[in-house]
Design a protein around this ligand. Structure first.
Ligand code: UDP
Ligand code: MG
Length: 343
């Protein structure tokens, strides 16, 4: 376990736990997932890590198979299970967010329905929570269960995001524990393009990581085909970085410098060699010049566009972690005390 930041905190009370599970066409895994998660709750309760008022929230993300009837059945069989259904398929991040928003428990763990991120690691997450961490990131130790392409692209992506200045936890996806306060803070983010793993880094608070080895999918197939993976990756870049816009400015500067050299060459051919075709220089010079000026202007517009984008996201500027102030006696209490004395 590695501490990303640490501050001394008071002992933490045993929490009630919510496990949030987004489900999209997961009928093949639901039964065993439900059984395993209930067993996990039992184990955590027996080991004294959670209180009995703990729940599992399944969020049906507009599934087209038997997921929803199964969830309804599961929720009516066991009071620890809450079943929620979105009106239509809104994607993993939105389904997860919807589930988080419904929880009231003091600690909240998000996990995929296929249990590739083994629920046995929730115990270590809770230990980290009880040690005073408000955000505990599940981090994959290795990517043996991934295809070569997925491994290469995923690790390349985390590196790219790092270079773009986006603060992500390497190899952390959406298996994490959040304290009540961290969940509430996350829910203050009004943006519609959700990239939760980035937002969770942004909210701050004391955090740590728990490493684990990912299992292969229980059954069914991945609900993240290449198209969705690319869309999430691009969402991450555009929601957290204006570097692509800045790249236009850089391109404008580079082509500007190159075009100056080329313009020099065109003019020297025209003036000193006499071998230039008539009209060549008068076309080449404006094409090179205007091309680079246009790129540079686009870059400048991009800078403002980036600023506007940052503003319209209306993200909270900061979150308070602690306020220490001397306790002031409320006026009413003071009056009551005086009344008691006189009586
Ligand atoms: N999921 C969802 N909505 C979607 C796609 C996926 O709620 O539109 C859920 C899915 O049911 C699972 C989680 O997101 O619980 C992760 O999906 P999956 O395991 O297929 O992704 P992978 O492990 O292949 O990245
Ligand atoms: Mg999976």
């Amino acid at each position: 376990m590695r501490h990303i930041d640490s501050n001394s905190t008071a002992p933490v009370a045993i929490p009630s736990l919510a496990i949030v599970v987004p489900c999209y066409n997961e009928e093949a895994v639901l039964e065993s997932t439900c059984a395993e998660l209930l067993a996990t709750l039992d184990g955590l309760l027996a080991s004294g890590r959670i209180r009995a008022e703990s729940r599992i929230y399944f969020v049906d993300d507009g599934s087209r198979d038997g997921t929803w009837p199964m969830l309804q059945q599961m929720a009516s069989n066991d009071e620890r299970i809450v079943a929620l259904a979105l009106s239509c398929n809104r994607g993993h991040q939105n389904a997860l967010y919807a589930g988080l928003a419904q929880t009231v428990e003091e600690a909240v763990v998000s996990i995929d329905a296929d249990l590739q991120d083994g629920p046995e690691h929730i115990a270590s997450m809770l230990d980290a929570y009880l040690a005073g961490n408000e955000v505990v990131f599940g981090v994959r130790k290795e990517r043996d269960s991934d295809t070569f392409f997925k491994r290469l692209s995923a690790e390349g992506y985390y590196r790219l995001m790092q270079r773009l200045g986006v603060d992500l936890v390497f190899n952390h996806a959406d298996f994490r524990l959040l304290s009540r306060r961290a969940v509430n803070t996350l829910l203050e983010y009004p943006e519609t393009n959700l990239f939760l793993r980035g937002m969770v880094r942004e909210i701050g608070f004391r955090s740590t990581t728990v490493e684990y080895a990912r299992r292969p999918r229980l059954a069914g197939e991945s609900k993240y085909p290449l198209r969705r993976m690319l869309s999430l990756a691009w969402k991450g870049v555009t929601a957290f970085s204006i570097a692509p816009l800045r790249a236009i400015t850089l391109m404008g500067l580079i082509t500007g410098a190159l075009s100056l050299v080329l313009i020099g060459w065109v003019l020297s051919v025209k003036l000193f060699s006499g071998s230039a075709v008539p009209g060549w220089a008068s076309i080449m010079v404006p094409v090179l010049f205007i091309g680079s000026v246009q790129l540079l202007c686009l870059g400048v517009i991009g800078e403002y566009l980036g600023k506007i984008y940052e503003e319209v996201k209306r993200r909270p500027r900061y979150h308070l972690r602690e306020v220490v102030a001397e306790q002031r006696t409320p006026v009413t209490t003071r009056a009551e005390t005086r009344a008691e004395r006189s009586g």
